[in-house]
Every structure is written in C-alpha cells, then in structure tokens.
Design a protein around this ligand. Structure first.
Ligand code: GLC
Length: 797
C-alpha cells in the first residue's frame, strides 16, 4: 500500500493520502531556528535547542497523533463549515475533501481542496531570518462570491521542555501574552530576553492568545470554539497557557485568490516583530526568501549528482539521503518526534560519524562540529560521550537569578571517568578530520590549537595521536581493545572485556592517520603508528577468527561473544563488516565472513544486527540481552551498520552483493509497502523490526540516525566509487554487473568533474583506463584549477 510518491523534479515527496500510519516528518530551518513538522502540520519549533529554547509546544507520543501544530483554519462564513489546510486537526472526510502534503528541502507545503476553496500553506524558515513563514493562498473556485474566515493557530511553549511538563505551579504564571499593532507577543516576565511572536500580513479582525478561550472547554484543536463561532475573543493574559490565533475575514470573488502571510518568530514585538511584519508583509520578500532557500539547497545538491540505471539510488542520493545527513549534522539527535527535546548537545560518536558524510556540502558547519568535538576530548584521549559544547563557551551572565534557567554545568562537572567511556567514541573523529582535510585541502587546520575538555591544549594533529594512543593502551589480556561502557553498540557493555569492533575501528583509524602522517612527512609518527597497526592486526587475526567468521568480543570473564559455539548471539554483523572495512583481514577470510552475513543475517528488509536473538538476560554481555527479540540492538535490522556491509562487499569487489544489501533496506524500495514499513519512505530509520518480532519489517525512528550519512558514503564513495586521498581523487566503482554506464558530477575545491563510467564487459569492479579531458591519467587525479569544468571517462575492465 502506498500513500505518496517521489517528485524528483521538485525534490519533493508528495503525500496524497494523509492518513499515514505514523507521523511523516520534515525539518524546516538551516541555521538557528528549526521546526519539526509532520505531514499533517503537527510539530514544534525551537531556537537552537529543543530543550532550552522551545517556541511552540508539542505533546509527544500523544493521542491524537501529532498535536498541536502550526495550523491554518478556514471557515465558510455563510454556512459555518470549517476545516484546516492540512488534513488534521479538523480531519474532514477524505472522500469529500482533498489534501496533499509536499515535503521538500527545508519546506513543507499543505494543499487542500474543499467546498470550492483551494488553499495552500507553505511553511519555511528563510536562510537569513529567525522566523517561520506561512505563505497561505486561498482561492475561490466556484462562480459565486465567498466569505471565508482564516485563522492561524500555534500553542506557545514555556521555553524549557522541563517546565513545560512539570512544576506547573510556577510555569503557569511565568509567561504572558499581549496583542498590539497586529502582533501577538509571548513573553517571560522574569526572563526579559525571551520573547516569541506571531504576526501576519493583514490587520486582524480578531485574535486570541488565551488557549482555553480559542479552543473552548472540553474541546480540542479539532473543533475550536473560536473557529466554530467565526471570531476570536481578543484575549490575552498574564499567566496561563497561550496560543497564537490571528483572524481575518476574506471576501473572494469567483476565481479570486488571496495570499496572506503569517510569521512565527523569535524576539520581541518591538525589536523583531515589527520589522519582520513589515518585511514579509510584502509577498515579493517571501518569494525572494523562498528562492534563497531553494538556491541554498541547489548549491549543495549540485556538489554530487549521479545518473545511474538505479532510479531509487538517483532519487535518494541526489536528494533525500544527503538531506537527511545534513539534517543530522544541523539538529543532532534530540529534536524529533522520538527525542522531543529531553537532551541537548552532541553524542560523540554520532556527531563524528555524521560530519564525515557531508564535509563536501557543509564544510563550515562540519568544522564547527569538529572543533566542538575536539574540545570535548579529554587529555587522556577519550571523548565525552554526550556533552553540550556550550559548556566550554564563556557564558553571558544574566542579571539576577531566574528560576527557569537550567543550571549550566561547569566543564569539570561533565568530565566523566574511564568507567563511562565508550571505547569507540573518539576513534571516529580521526577519519572524520582526515576527510575534512582531504575535501577542503585545509592542511593548516591540523596545526590549529584546541583545548582539551579537562586540561591543556594541543594541535589538532596531536589530538588525533592521543585518540589512537588511548585505544592502544586500553586493551584486554588478548590484546583486543577493551569494550568499556559500550562500543558502537550502546547495549554491549563489556567493561574490561574486549571488543573486536573497537580493535577493527582502531586499525581503520590508524591506517587513515598513517596516510596523513606520510603526506605531511612526519616519518617518526609513520613508523610508530605502523608498528601499532601491525600489532593490532596480528592480535585481531590470531584471536578473533572463529573458523567461519569473526568474534564480536569477550566478556570480562573471558567468554567469547559471537561464536559458533554459543546458542544465542552466534554471529554479529559488525564484527564481519568491520573486519573487512578495517583492512585487517585477508580476502579469503573476508569473503567467508561476509558470506555468513549473507546466509544468516540478510533479509528482504535489510541485514540483522546479530543472530540468533538473545532471550536470557546476561549482564556480562550487557543490556542487549534485556531487549525484546527482534527489537533495536537485539537482532533487529539495525540500519546504521547496513552500509558497512555494503562497503565491505565493495572492498571485496562484489558489486552484485553490495547492491543486494543496498536495495534491501532502501526506503525508496518500500514506498509501496507502507502497511509493513509504516515510516516515511524518504528517510532511513534507526531500525526495522527483525524476523523474531511479530512486526517484522516495521521501520522506526526516522531522520536522526547515522544510517543516512553512512549510506551516503557507501553509495557515493564505494558503489559509485569517488573517494578522496590527500593528493587527489580516486574513481574506483563497484557496481552490479548489469550496469553498462553511469554518469556522475562532483564538485571539489572549486572545480567541477563530469564523470562517465563505462562498463562494456559487465564486470563488478576494476578500472582499465581513466581519461581526464581526453588525456590518459592514473588515479588519484590531482585537484584541477578553480572554476574549471573537467570531463573524465572511466572504463571498467
Ligand atoms: C543509537 C545511538 C548510537 C549507537 C546505536 C547503537 O543509534 O544513537 O550512538 O551507536 O544506537 O547502539
């Protein structure tokens, strides 16, 4: 069953049936203000932090789904009938009213057609102003004059998610609303820097700021009394719950369309509301801002484009997977319908990985994130698992003590000990920083001095060495890295036990660092880290091979994890893919262990994380044994490791297998089985219920998952094969053998490369010849002149 389709030309996903089983969300905002919005205009806005700076309220995990939101009500003033431009919250009979939602790159457009009125509500946040614009068009498609009332609706939040949900004895009296000059202002009297506003391009006929008056007692957003009656109460109050409704009566001639703009913004009426109202009351300014947003994404998407025989890959890579990856870097993990603002900050491993995938499209933001992560690294070399980078910035001290201000921890309060270290966290940063340098050519970045979280400072280059040294030091009795609090798998809690994945990661990071050290001519480091890498490799090969595949590790009592000998948790995906990806293993063992993945872990919805699922709690292994079978880390199809399997197959040269793995979990391919998948088909999800669960195939937790970045990397760098080294670009694809030709566009350091890859003999991997602008050349291809456009032809063979 399908609910919508991909509109590639407009880079939109079009939802034609709004009664999808779960919220299908989108992200608005590319700088500081963000809105998470569903296909039914449910959702919330915040400024920078969804925890500490909430603009609108959301009742997560609630009934009905997705409430409240950013709604526009329309009312036929002759008959009293009313509806919303988004299907919900009024929810008219879908047989009588038509609705469409178009989720695009940082905008969502809702369209309705009911009772001879066509209406549209476009929501977006301009690149350069902290305001959400609602560009609303209402058209009379009948041959009679129509009198239509229009009402906006948002519910304001008490700024801090915590006091929004508790301590109401205080928060209910802490904020007030007022109306003046057509602008609703929502204020915090004792926190005099906090204001939000709602304005419109018209002078309202009535307004409401008091939620209970607009909605009416024992009513909801479905049937607000103000809309029913056709007029607001002109209410505002100091204290209580607040909403923003501006109402206007429109008269529409036959065929006439009226356009109005609503503006939901950050700042006070005087400082921001008035100038913003003035600016965006002009529809040309709205059009211009929307064009700017389109250009913003056009610039990004043009950096890498592919035209392959695989339509799903084209759609996802050219638009959606990049968009999802960028979203992860911008909004991190704590602003969605799943994580609703309960936390703020960076997850060390998550952000390090996310950044890696978009260094080409967002180098500025990536650099900021990298610096934040470096500052969150301790002088011992490990990273702070989850921290708010604001802690390290000088704090603007407000006057007085304000009860709602969440106490900011001091840097020393957030530095956790070894016991809470995730053994993988900082290792991800080494390849990430190297990718950043390869992309930008900014070698000087490695010499920048950045403080450690606890004490001292070092150059970026020295920070990297500390990370590698930490992993070299914290090994168990067999020479494999200790698992500590967790490795990549939050639920594998091995303490002093050992984790093969961390040793593989260590080896991978070492290889990449050595490449950098060689390029920089740091010979001593090259020698030192080569010796460490050799030791790691030896330990891995001697200790971890289980006959058919690699072990996942050892408990602190020395019991093997992920062995044929055990009944449950015999085989783990990450131990196999990382054995290959790390460069540790021989081709023969690599093929064997990945064959085991194909045999035991693969399914039509993706690859399971482990097999068989655990059923008995075992705290030596960790929390994974206390998760329901087939759910999340206990043998679900955990999405994030799936691209590592794709990469490994590409390394092994098996393009058909790589594509089989890519295809199984590709959301695009599940567009027509929403009765099974449920989640949005334009976004990877954190996990998909595994075969041991009754809901096998149901996808959960869209958007903010490392899956996006890694699938972007797997497809662009490994299947399509464009990778950067310090000295140039390598083109080395690994594709299905029925691909005969594909085209790529890559922009790199100011030059454009138009690449045609031909595969006359239908092979999976191997390059016979490469030509740059007609001349034969060996990869890596050095960076070409800025602004040059270069033709590259690659013949596989
Ligand atoms: C979640 C976490 C991520 C972790 C993964 C596996 O996605 O955000 O950090 O690696 O689960 O436990």
């Amino acid at each position: 069953m399908r609910y919508g389709y991909f509109d590639d030309e407009n880079r939109e996903y079009v939802i034609e049936r709004p009664d999808v089983p779960v919220s299908w969300t989108n992200y608005l905002g590319v700088k500081d203000m963000c809105t998470v919005i569903s296909h039914n205009a449910g959702g919330y806005s915040f400024y920078r932090s969804a925890e500490h700076s909430r603009i609108t309220r959301f009742r997560p995990n609630g009934v009905p789904l997705d409430r409240p939101g950013h709604y526009v009500y329309l009312r036929d003033d002759k008959t009293g009938q009313y509806w919303t431009i988004s299907w919900q919250p009024v929810g008219k009979d879908l047989k009588k009213a038509k609705y469409q939602c178009r989720h695009g790159l940082s905008y969502s457009r809702f369209i309705s057609d009911y009772l001879g009125v066509q209406a549209e509500q476009l929501l977006f946040i301009p690149v350069s102003d902290d305001v959400e614009l609602w560009d609303v068009k209402v058209k009379n498609t009948t041959d009679k004059d129509r009198k239509i009332s229009i009402f906006s609706y948002v519910e304001f939040s008490f700024q801090y998610i915590e006091i929004d949900n508790q301590n109401l004895q205080m928060s209910l009296y802490a904020s007030g609303s007022s109306y003046k000059n057509g602008i609703i202002e929502f204020d915090f009297f004792y926190e005099p820097w906090t204001y939000h506003f709602l304005a419109s391009s018209f002078h309202p006929d009535s307004y409401d700021c008091v939620r209970s008056l607009f909605l009416g007692n024992y009513r909801t957003e479905t049937n607000p009394i103000a809309v029913e009656q056709g007029e607001c109460h002109n209410s505002s109050e100091l204290g209580g719950n607040h909403c923003g409704s501006l109402h206007k009566r429109l008269t529409l001639k036959p065929g006439q369309e009226i356009r109005v703009i609503f503006m939901l913004g950050v700042g006070s009426r005087e400082k921001k509301g008035i100038p913003i109202k003035e600016k965006y009351s002009d529809p040309n300014a709205v059009d211009k801002a929307f064009e700017e947003l389109k250009e913003y994404w056009q610039k990004k998407t043009s950096i890498f484009q592919c035209k392959t025989p695989h339509q799903g890959m084209n759609t996802m890579i050219n638009t959606w997977t990049l968009y999802q990856s960028e979203t992860c870097v911008l909004w991190l993990r704590f602003a969605s319908f799943i994580e609703v603002g309960g936390r703020t900050g960076l997850g060390y491993r998550d952000t390090s990985q996310d950044v890696m995938s978009v260094v080409h499209t967002n180098p500025e933001k990536c650099k900021q994130r990298i610096l934040e992560l470096l500052h969150g690294q301790t002088s011992m070399g490990y990273g702070l698992h989850l921290f708010d980078p604001e802690v390290f910035k000088p704090k603007k001290v407000p006057e007085g003590k304000f009860p709602t201000v969440v106490p900011t921890p001091k840097p020393e309060d957030i530095i956790h000990s070894l016991e809470d270290v995730c053994a993988d966290d900082a290792l991800w940063l080494v390849p990430t920083i190297c990718e950043f340098v390869k992309e930008t050519g900014d070698l000087a970045f490695l010499d920048e001095v950045v403080p450690y979280a606890d004490k001292g400072e070092d150059t970026v280059y020295e920070h990297l060495k500390k990370i590698l040294d930490f992993s070299a030091k914290y090994v168990g009795p067999r020479g494999i890295c200790q698992g500590l609090r967790a490795d990549w798998n939050d639920c594998l809690n091995l303490g002093g036990g050992e984790s093969s994945m961390v040793s593989f990661l260590h080896h991978w990071a070492l290889q990449i660092f050595i490449e950098a050290a060689e390029y920089l001519g740091h010979d001593e480091d090259v020698q030192k880290y080569k010796a460490i890498a050799e030791k790691v490799k030896k330990a891995c090969e001697e200790v971890l091979w289980d006959g058919k595949w690699y072990l996942r590790g050892f408990t602190s009592k020395g019991t093997k994890i992920g062995t044929q000998e055990s009944e449950e948790g015999k085989l783990f995906l990450n131990a196999q893919s990382w054995a290959v990806y790390s460069g540790v293993v021989s081709e023969q063992r690599g093929k064997m262990c990945m064959d085991a993945v194909n045999e035991h872990l693969y399914s039509k919805y993706g690859i399971h994380l482990l097999w068989p699922a655990y059923s008995k709690p075992n705290d030596d292994i960790g929390y994974v044994t206390r998760v329901y079978k087939g759910v999340k880390e206990n043998a679900a199809i955990f999405s994030h490791p799936n691209p590592w399997a794709v990469i490994s197959e590409c390394i092994l040269g098996r393009g058909n297998r790589a594509m089989k793995f890519y295809d199984a979990i590709l959301p695009y391919n599940q567009n027509d089985i929403i009765e099974i998948r449920q989640a949005e088909p334009y976004s990877y999800c954190q996990f998909i219920m595994g075969r041991d669960h009754t809901a096998f195939g149901r996808a959960r937790h869209p958007w903010l998952t490392g899956t996006a970045g890694w699938f972007y990397t797997a497809a662009t760098q490994w299947i399509l094969g464009i990778r950067l080294t310090f000295s140039g670009m390598v083109i080395d694809p690994c594709v299905p053998d029925d691909w005969r030709e594909f085209k790529l566009q890559r922009k790199w350091r100011g030059a454009t490369y138009k690449i045609t890859v031909k595969n006359p003999n239908g092979i999976e991997k191997g390059v016979k010849s490469t030509r740059l602008n007609g001349e034969s050349i060996e990869c890596p291809i050095p960076p070409q002149e800025t602004a040059s456009v270069n033709e590259i032809e690659v013949i596989m063979g």
